[in-house]
Design a protein around this ligand. Sequence first.
Ligand SMILES: [Zn+2]
Length: 200
Amino acid sequence: MWQRVAAVSSSFLLCAGILIQANAWSPSSSVEVIGRRRTIMQTSTDSEEKGTWNPLSLAVLKLGFTEPAWTSPYNYKNDEGKYVCANCKTPLFPSSSKYDSGSGWPSFWKTIDNDKVALERSWDGRIEATCNNCGGHLGHVFPDGPTRGNLDANELETVPETDPDIGYKAQVNDAGGEKSQFSRMPRYCINGAALQFEEK
Ligand SMILES: [Zn+2]
């Protein structure tokens, strides 16, 4: 009897030991996340020094997490102004480019100025959008934004040159010589926790 109990206990301890070891070593993705955190944490802000970080913003901006859909109050905001980086306050998106994409995340079809948002293809094939000043994770960019025909012509003229040409293409010209226009603008799918709204 006691031998049996001892055998069960030792095999339990063995399993627990293996589990602890597996947790410590197996997930390679956590290594990547830690690497990202180290890089971004180099940019110190008042919030970090004072320990006043909003935990959700911290998880999104610093660790690349995605907030649950339909949880940001910015989904429903239609006021005029601009959306700045919640970390370093760099202006990122004008309210004039905000639209209802139906995705559950605040969506924009253009940035506010050249070189404010950096884009990079991430490991899963999506294009990641980060704040070009502090490196904070914002969200992703997709080619299925609003159609050009539904947008204000003046607003279309002020699209920053550094914004990507990734909207779906219009019908390709049969002659092949003309550069085909993009029928849809990009969709910047942004975590509300990475943004802060400033009135005009
Ligand atoms: Zn920033």
